[in-house]
Ligand binder design. Structure first.
Ligand SMILES: Nc1ncnc2c1ncn2[C@@H]1O[C@H](COP(=O)(O)OP(=O)(O)OP(=O)(O)O)[C@@H](O)[C@H]1O
Ligand SMILES: [Mg+2]
Length: 153
């Protein structure tokens, strides 16, 4: 798949795009692993904002807050093929070991899980070969360039 690159001009716009994308991505299912979306790029680039829109697109009503200090938060999905959304912030992870103790190996084996990982570069070696990469660039106060790429597809 080619890279898809677009520009958003507000947080709301990033959330709307994320919501639409969530519905498309959740229509794809893998036989033996979770749907993994790796989020990378600038501090304040919009990764958490994107996850908020993505969660809303999948029908999650709870407010999604950054899992910076807890590393991972799980939300139940009530409709569709996926049963849960796991939001991970790998920013503070020292290495791969810490996320493995939280249950990473079981999470990625779960074909009913959607996993969104902020600062995914910190656990790059642990990502399944097939996953989606979304990169955020800070352009100016309200403008972000977002690039989407399917890895291994
Ligand atoms: N076009 C835009 N898209 C996304 N966020 C935007 C946009 N314009 C302004 N913002 C603002 O930028 C901030 C993005 O913060 P957010 O926490 O989503 O970034 P992040 O990439 O998760 O940061 P961190 O690296 O600290 O985890 C929010 O305050 C949001 O309202
Ligand atoms: Mg964040």
């Amino acid at each position: 798949m080619d890279r898809v690159r677009f520009r958003t001009k507000s947080a709301g716009e990033t959330q709307r795009v994320a919501g639409l994308l969530a519905k498309d991505l959740a229509a794809i299912s893998f036989h033996d692993h979770a749907l993994v979306v790796a989020l990378s790029g600038d501090l304040g680039g919009g990764k958490t904002t994107f996850v908020q829109g993505f969660a809303k697109g999948l029908g999650i009503r709870e407010s999604v807050v950054s899992p910076t200090f807890v590393i991972a938060r799980t939300y139940a999905l009530k409709k569709g093929a996926y049963r849960k959304l796991i939001h991970i912030d790998a920013y503070r992870l020292g290495g791969a070991g810490e996320i493995e103790t939280l249950g990473w190996k079981e999470w990625i084996k779960d074909r009913h899980a959607v996993i969104l990982v902020e600062w995914a570069k910190n656990i790059e070696k642990l990502l399944p070969a097939t996953h989606f990469d979304i990169h955020f660039e800070f352009v100016s106060a309200n403008v972000r360039d977002i690039t989407i790429h399917a890895e291994g597809i």
